[in-house]
Design a protein around this ligand. Structure first.
Ligand code: CA
Ligand code: CA
Length: 312
């Protein structure tokens, strides 16, 4: 019986592995204090959380309250009541040293945000490097004019024109993929929601929650230039893309962020996830505890798998 239990666990682990990509960095923001730690595949990556006072950066706890993350208020979620988000209205998160996101020939940046007001142009969800100009090197995903996103690599940026990415008051799931092995139609922008009713609230009647491709754009930049670090929630001022020594980058960006992830590959297109892998992130982030009957079926499936292997 003990062996069967191990087999069941292995079967469930395989099931999980097949459903989820493995992000280099992943920020669930469920910790606390003046830093936040990635749960991605590269261990030990943290970001410092800052507000600004005059010309000074002030280490601050920018985690939102318990139960306010993307799954925090979903009854039945394992994260119900214990899920936090990052409060971008108060400051930024930054890491200036990691090379884990440097020179990714293909990448996917995904996550959730919940704006409490329209995000102005220049509000950067995520950018590399952590303390330098994205117009020099690295990549960035930010808000653009009204209800659109702008994606930049090194000295070039392109924008969506759908007016679909800034509805107020709902958690919005988004993903941007970049494939530097292609020279055209190599940036794709996706959007999804927690459930159909929130999708309808955000985008109108008939919208469903599942992740959809919203825009295909061209950014012919090959592999981005090498860059260190990253920042989250830096709103960029009129001088554009300041550094951490320029606290003008820290302005109000009225939104909560959760489950930010970067998948990537230094060589090849494997870092640009497909729709199924992206939607697997969305659905896993809002999963509820399976009913006992469902859990039993999963276990029986694993037992059958083990049984077939033994007959071989
Ligand atoms: Ca969270
Ligand atoms: Ca627009």
């Amino acid at each position: 019986m003990r062996k069967l239990s191990i087999g069941m666990i292995a079967g469930l682990a395989l099931l999980g592995a097949s459903l989820h990509a493995a992000a280099i960095v992943e920020f669930p923001f469920n910790d606390s204090g003046n830093t936040t730690t990635s749960t991605g595949t590269v261990s030990g990556i943290t970001a410092n959380l800052y507000t600004a006072s005059g010309a000074s950066l002030i280490p601050s706890d920018l985690h939102s309250a318990l139960g306010t993350g993307v799954a925090g208020d979903i009854v039945g979620s394992p994260w119900f009541g214990i899920d936090r988000a990052f409060n971008a209205s108060a400051g930024i998160a930054a890491n200036t040293t990691t090379s884990a996101l440097s020179g990714l020939q293909s990448w996917t940046f995904s996550g959730w945000y919940k704006p409490s007001a329209t995000l102005v142009a220049g509000s950067a969800f995520f950018q590399t490097p952590g303390d330098n100009s994205f117009f020099n090197r690295g990549f960035a995903v930010r808000a653009n004019d009204v209800n659109d996103l702008r994606i930049g690599i090194d000295a070039t940026a392109v924008s969506t024109v759908t007016d679909k990415f800034d509805p107020i008051g709902s958690w919005i799931f988004f993903a941007v993929t970049y494939d530097g092995t292609l020279t055209s139609n190599n940036v794709k922008v996706y959007e999804g929601f927690r459930n159909d009713s929130e999708a309808v609230l955000a985008l109108g009647a008939g919208t469903t929650a599942d992740t959809k491709l919203m825009s295909t754009l061209t950014l012919n930049k090959g592999t981005p230039l090498a860059s260190l670090g990253f920042s989250i929630g830096a709103r960029l001022g009129s001088t554009d893309y300041g550094t951490l020594s320029n606290p003008s980058i820290i302005q109000s960006m009225p939104a909560l962020f959760d489950n930010f992830r970067v998948d990537g590959a230094n060589s090849g297109n494997g870092g640009a996830l497909n729709l199924a892998s992206i939607d697997a992130y969305r659905s896993a982030d809002i999963a509820v505890v399976p009913e006992p009957a469902t859990a039993s079926l999963l276990a029986l499936g694993s037992l059958a798998f083990l049984s077939r292997r033994r007959r071989c």
